[in-house]
Ligand binder design. Structure first.
Ligand SMILES: Cc1cc2nc3c(=O)[nH]c(=O)nc-3n(C[C@H](O)[C@H](O)[C@H](O)COP(=O)(O)OP(=O)(O)OC[C@H]3O[C@@H](n4cnc5c(N)ncnc54)[C@H](O)[C@@H]3O)c2cc1C
Length: 458
């Protein structure tokens, strides 16, 4: 156990944040506004790092969180900051980072699923019912959203639109908050040598007291407090006793032909009965790219020595796409939901890594076994939308302020066999080991050829 219990940093303290994804950047920004710490961020790549979860063309912004109302409130709180960021960017001639196009939440067979029912209840009870437009018949959906006509014929026959929500440009959001951090005097050390955390430094006398970090270039950096915000890499950097696990989740993109773009421009993001099918998707973006994702228990890539899942990404494996089985399942689902994509090539496919916690809540807490170490991770696949305000809540933890957030994300026992994740996973079965060396018909990576428009073999 730690020698003294957690001590919040004193004014003037040097704070090192490891990882410049949504969690690390948001923390750095919130801390910088306090104007009383010396803040250093170490990142092994660029900002955003090409294989970070935070690096993408879009992520869903939603208040629909079932009965997990703390995230609904946090979403509402983030909105004015997102809008402010849009204004700041407009002044610089940059495009918006938040696109308030709404979310279209489908269910099947004439009845809202539990998650959607719970979301509607929570939203209305909180006084946000005016954002909801219900579509209770397939005809009403198809009339308002003709691009989903086939989906309505194939069982996705009830839906609601939440007019508050849509998507954020996550890579641009990282760049935006990064520039604000730099303006506020945060120091950044980037790159695979000087920016990459290798190990913690410990006090000579107290073996559990962290005094700084060593980076891959061999340099040491003293710190009064270290915050580990390394996303899905976190459990492979420090033993967290099965609380967190890196899970690989699949996304694909189509390049929509010019003549069809109008149909998908500015449309709401959609969730196709998410807790049942796992599929969700976006409007076509300004480059003609349309992304579709699958939210599930995901893949793992187990390290031999300790069976800890370590992200396997296109940075270390540039020819990786997604496992062939996942590709076939995307095609199969889309043949019913958006058959217009059947003759289209999949132009990009990626396994992107969540840092799942067993109960779906973040893990943002002092590590009980070490002094001067805070874990800020366990995003569980739903942290991007909070990049503007998550850091303020992380500051509660850093500064020892008791809040509903610091309580929800506290260090806690999370037995593996109780895994619920975020309550939205389509499959709860055992994880499939992502191992392309096997070269079998499930796990081998799809080739460019496989990604071409649906072939009978898929
Ligand atoms: C497929 C997919 C879809 C998602 N969809 C949504 C969505 O629709 N809405 C939503 O709100 N959220 C979504 N998320 C979740 C969201 O992207 C994450 O919650 C968020 O990006 C997590 O941020 P992070 O900072 O914890 O991790 P990351 O963004 O992964 O950042 C971790 C950083 O740590 C760095 N790092 C790792 N090891 C080291 C080291 N040794 N030294 C230095 N730096 C290191 C990495 O390079 C990286 O930059 C999705 C995630 C994925 C994968």
């Amino acid at each position: 156990m730690s020698q003294t219990g957690y001590q919040p940093p004193a004014p003037g303290s040097k704070i090192i944040i490891i990882g410049a994804g949504a969690f690390g950047l948001s923390t750095a920004y919130a801390l910088s506004l306090k104007n009383k710490y010396d803040i250093w961020v170490f990142e092994r790549q660029t900002i955003p790092s090409p294989d970070a979860a935070s690096c993408d063309i879009n992520k869903i912004m939603r208040m629909d969180y079932g009965d997990e109302t703390i995230y609904m409130h946090m979403y509402m709180e983030s909105l004015h900051i997102w809008e402010q960021w849009n204004k700041e960017r407009a002044l610089k001639g940059l495009g918006p980072v938040f696109h308030n196009v709404g979310n279209l939440m489908f269910s099947q067979n004439g009845k809202f699923s539990n998650y959607e029912e719970q979301s509607l209840k929570a939203i209305r009870e909180a006084g946000y019912g005016h954002f909801i437009e219900e579509y209770r018949t397939p005809e009403s959906i198809a009339e308002r959203y003709p691009q989903f006509k086939e989906a309505t014929k194939n069982g996705f026959d009830i839906a609601y639109l939440n007019k508050s929500g849509g998507w954020c440009d996550s890579s641009e959001a990282c760049k935006h908050i990064h520039s604000k951090c730099v303006e506020n005097g945060v120091h950044f050390v980037l790159g695979p040598e000087q920016g990459s955390f290798e190990k913690f430094l410990y006090d000579e006398k107290i073996s559990t007291k962290i005094t700084g970090i060593k980076t891959q270039d061999g340099k040491t950096h003293d710190a009064d407090l270290v915050i580990l915000a390394t996303g899905s890499w976190t459990p492979s950097l420090l033993n967290l006793g099965d609380r967190l696990i890196a899970t690989g989740q699949t996304v694909i993109q189509f390049k929509i032909p010019e003549n069809l773009r109008k149909m998908f421009e500015g449309q709401p993001t959609w969730c196709a009965d998410l807790s049942v099918t796992g599929y969700y998707g976006f409007a076509v973006n300004s480059e003609g790219k349309m992304k579709i994702g699958y939210h599930s228990s995901g893949y793992v890539n187990l390290r031999e020595e300790d069976q800890v899942s370590v992200p396997r990404t296109q940075v270390t494996n540039p020819t990786d796409s997604i496992p062939i089985k996942a590709l076939g399942e995307f095609r199969q689902f889309l043949s019913k939901f958006l058959p217009i994509t059947t003759p289209m090539d999949i132009t990009y496919a990626r396994v992107c890594w969540y840092c799942d916690s067993v109960d779906g809540h973040y893990l943002i807490a002092p590590h009980p076994d070490f002094d001067n170490l805070i874990i800020a991770s366990g995003d569980s696949g739903h942290g991007m939308k909070f990049i503007p305000n998550l850091g303020f809540k992380i500051c509660h933890v850093i500064e020892g302020v008791d809040s509903e957030y610091s309580r929800a994300w506290a260090w806690r026992d999370m037995p593996k066999d109780t895994a619920t994740y975020d309550g939205l996973r389509a499959d709860s079965g055992p994880k499939i080991q992502l191992d392309i060396n096997k070269q079998d018909q499930y796990t081998r990576m799809a080739t460019k050829d496989d990604c071409k428009c649906a072939r009978p073999s898929l």
